[in-house]
Design a protein around this ligand. Structure first.
Ligand SMILES: Cc1ncc(C[n+]2csc(CCOP(=O)(O)OP(=O)(O)O)c2C)c(N)n1
Ligand SMILES: [Mg+2]
Length: 236
């Protein structure tokens, strides 16, 4: 696991995995989170987990979590979403959670938000599939205080922006007495890479750099670290 600016999103999932409560229910949105959900969460027997796959629409993570809470109020539910999905509908769903959570026998519903100020999955598709640089006008998102907003609704939340804070923040979220927004400020330059990439994808990636991607320096650094980590002994 390598460092990133300020937080490697993969580390957020890596720290969560061993802490996942028995019989928890996970719902993961479409976006870069899908890569880390697939790579870094070890789902155990008795849990339930859904990913917005197939048509891969954005937006289901938080409403699925609300539905899960109504079906299984005694189980811990964890929704995983990007900031784009939260700005689409997840923030509104927090109002619904604020309305109903006191009815649930176990009030723990955690929403993990990857705050990277980017529609990151598609930014990477532009680079790796189309060979284009990030199109700033459509891809960049405004910052938003997700955890503060949750607290304004009577929920709890934390915004973390350094790696040492991740583990303690998960412990806090998983022991909260109410729904909790775990907001992680994550690095959009960490490539949500599958285990293997094709030659065509590598060429397109190179072309996005040559065409002047504004973030090229940052993501080249992170990509090289990721490649190098495949050749050196792994450390946590
Ligand atoms: C309704 C909908 N609109 C657009 C898309 C295309 N799309 C897939 S992932 C993605 C970006 C997601 O951004 P965000 O939620 O911020 O997550 P990130 O990839 O940044 O972690 C987009 C625009 C989609 N799948 N569904
Ligand atoms: Mg995002």
């Amino acid at each position: 696991m390598h460092d990133a600016e300020p937080v490697n999103p993969q580390r957020v999932f890596w720290e969560l995995s061993p802490r996942l409560p028995d019989e928890c229910i996970l719902s993961c949105d479409s976006g870069s989170a899908a890569s880390w959900y697939a790579r870094d969460l070890k789902i155990r027997r008795g849990m339930m987990a859904s990913l917005s796959g197939t048509l891969a629409t954005m937006g289901p993570a938080v409403p699925y979590a609300v539905a899960a809470k109504f079906c299984h109020p005694e189980r811990v539910v964890i929704a995983i979403a990007g900031d784009g999905a939260m700005q689409m509908n997840g923030l509104n769903e927090l109002i619904t959670i604020g309305k109903y959570w006191k009815e649930w026998s176990d009030p723990r519903l955690i929403v993990l938000v990857l705050n990277n100020r980017d529609l990151n999955m598609v930014t990477w598709e532009e680079r790796v599939l189309a060979g284009d640089p990030k199109f700033e006008a459509s891809q960049t998102l405004p910052d938003f205080p997700y955890a503060d907003y949750a607290r304004s609704l009577g929920l709890d939340g934390v915004r973390i922006d350094h790696p040492e804070a991740i583990g303690p923040a998960w412990d806090r979220a998983l022991n909260a007495d109410r729904p909790f927004v775990f907001e992680a400020i994550t690095d959009p330059d960490v490539p949500p890479m599958p285990p293997h990439i094709t030659l065509a994808q590598a060429k397109a990636f190179g072309s996005s750099v040559l065409k002047g991607d504004a973030d090229a320096l940052g993501f080249l650094k992170q990509t090289l670290k990721e490649i190098a980590s495949n050749f050196v002994p792994h450390k946590k």
